[in-house]
Design a protein around this ligand. Structure first.
Ligand code: B12
Length: 307
């Protein structure tokens, strides 16, 4: 975990060091002390403070965050939606701007589910439609995927570490599914909720998934289906095996190709449609609330009008 001095954080936000120390003394910002008595702020706490206070990092590079020009451009126009700005940056090969936009939306307070289900998913969906128009569309799609993956890793580095006794969640994409962004998104949402996440990535053989469950004894497991499995019937049986192995934990299932799986509705198998639903479900599990499906939680897509 990275630690910041009050001076560094003050410079990054563009406020005086004395204001920052005052906020710390008032308890608005949690600080730790070095052996010599100096204040130090964990990066995750600095990000929490930014998200809650609505302040912006004017010099994000001081916090180790990507610095692009997107923030400035938004101030001038104020009109374009976050998705439109992200699509522009991805298609114009301005990777630094795209990463800066994603991270600054988060540090400015955008709900994680909104950011993942909205701008990131919608931009990838737009860019993903271009492959039909030739090779240039394909390389742009690959570039966009890399840029978004990197942003997800950057967001992950901003999450405070999970408590050592926090429940574990383990999962990945189902065997044969090469898509790596959905499992990374799931891991991010679960980390933000407070789980110790163990993302196994794309194309996880079911036996490896079962071995990971034996190893980690997770409270929650997940399987992503972005492409239809070779056999839907076999996949449904594999999911049953995973649920049984969880011995009371929940198996969350999602992704574009998950809807047609012949799932036997039963205790422990939870199909969900979005990262927003997953965030609500994860919070419920950690709060010890008995929940069946997202439908019973009454969750919807959170709106966010922070920009
Ligand atoms: C990136 C990408 C690729 C990359 C994948 C890189 C990688 N390793 O991850 C590459 C370039 C390899 C690729 C290849 C191909 N792709 Co592709 N790809 C995409 C693209 C652009 C984005 C997919 C993505 O990651 N989106 C981000 C995710 C997070 O969004 P999402 O899947 O919608 O997920 C949301 C929800 O479903 C839910 N969710 C998802 N998973 C889970 C899991 C849980 C537990 C929960 C709770 C929720 C949840 O939350 C998410 C966020 O809201 C899509 C475009 C699109 N419209 O999706 C095409 C797309 C999926 N690809 C497509 C195609 C056709 C292909 C190829 C066949 C192209 C080709 N001719 O070679 C190959 C096949 C690859 C293979 N081996 O199977 C088509 C699929 C068409 C179809 N009807 O099946 C799409 C839709 C593009 C299009 N418009 O035609 N692709």
């Amino acid at each position: 975990m990275k630690y910041l001095s009050p001076k560094l954080l003050a410079d990054a936000i563009g406020v005086s060091e004395s204001s920052l120390k005052r906020w710390a003394d008032e308890g608005r910002l949690a600080v730790e002390r070095t052996a010599g008595g100096h204040r130090r702020i964990p990066l995750g706490e600095a990000v929490r403070f930014l998200r809650q206070s609505g302040m912006r990092a004017v010099r994000p590079e001081l916090l180790g965050l990507p610095a692009g020009s997107v923030g400035k451009r938004r101030d001038v126009t104020g009109r374009e939606s976050a998705t439109e700005r992200l699509i522009d940056a991805l298609l114009e090969d301005r990777a630094a701007d795209a990463r800066s936009l994603i991270v600054s939306l988060y540090t400015e307070g955008a709900p994680l589910g909104w950011l993942l289900d909205g701008p990131i998913r919608e931009s990838l969906s737009h860019v993903g439609g271009l492959w039909e128009h030739g090779a240039a569309g394909v390389f742009l799609e690959h570039r966009a995927t890399e840029t978004c993956s990197r942003s997800l890793a950057e967001l992950r580095s901003l999450m405070p570490p999970a408590a050592p006794d926090a429940p574990v969640a383990v999962g990945g994409s189902y065997a044969g599914d090469v898509y790596h962004i959905p499992p990374a998104m799931v891991a991010l949402v679960l980390a933000e909720a407070g789980f110790q996440e163990r993302n196994l990535g794309p194309d996880v053989p079911v036996d490896a998934m079962l071995a990971a469950i034996d190893h980690y004894r997770p409270r929650l497991a997940w399987q992503c289906f972005s492409i239809p499995p070779a056999s839907e019937r076999e996949a449904a049986q594999d999911l049953e095996r995973i649920v049984r192995r969880l011995e009371g934990g929940s198996l969350v299932i999602g992704g574009k190709a998950s809807h047609s799986l012949p799932l036997l509705p039963g205790v422990g198998m939870v199909p969900l449609g979005s990262m927003t639903e997953l965030a609500a479900f994860a919070r419920g599990v950690l709060a010890g609330v008995e929940v069946g499906t997202a439908g019973t939680l009454g969750v919807g897509r959170e709106g966010w009008t922070g920009t």
